[in-house]
Design a protein around this ligand. Sequence first.
Ligand code: HEC
Length: 157
Amino acid sequence: MENPVSYLLNPRQLLTITLSVALATATTGLGAQSADAAKPMALRSVMERLGRDMQAVTGAISKEEWTLVAELAPKIAKHAEPPLGEKMRILGWLGTDAGKFRGFDGQVQDAASAMGDAAKRGDGQAVIAAFSKTQQSCLACHQSFRQSFVEQFYGSR
Ligand code: HEC
């Protein structure tokens, strides 16, 4: 039986087609991989939320809306966490630095809880002091881990 494709194409044309298909497949594979690498981590949306809540706190402090600060503080202290699978990936990457990473998160939790307590007492100075401590803890983790995190999970940026 005559193969219809080889009937129409000479062996050199067939080879060219085979190579093009192989190349296209390889390129598509790479493309899919980098698109996958650029997909945002769940941690990023947790962080965006934290950023918005901290901004809302500064607004509330300016207006001395201590009730609002008291509502926002627990959202910061007990923020959402990435799903288990992502957590495992992050912990695997952190290795022996996992304790340090978690330590910064604990500092955020403690400082934001103190901010909530101060807000319930209507103690503006203590709210601001605890707010500053919270923000310092965010910064400390970012300075230690953010750049390498982005390089690890997004390739580079
Ligand atoms: C335990 C470490 C850690 C702590 C604590 C932490 N962050 Fe982050 N944060 C990260 C990492 C890692 C990234 C990079 C995430 C990414 O790019 O996917 C990040 C990124 C961010 C971003 C940028 C998100 C974006 O869209 O690129 C914001 C905003 C942010 N954090 C806010 C905060 C605030 C506010 C706090 C404190 C209340 C805080 N973070 C505390 C680790 C931390």
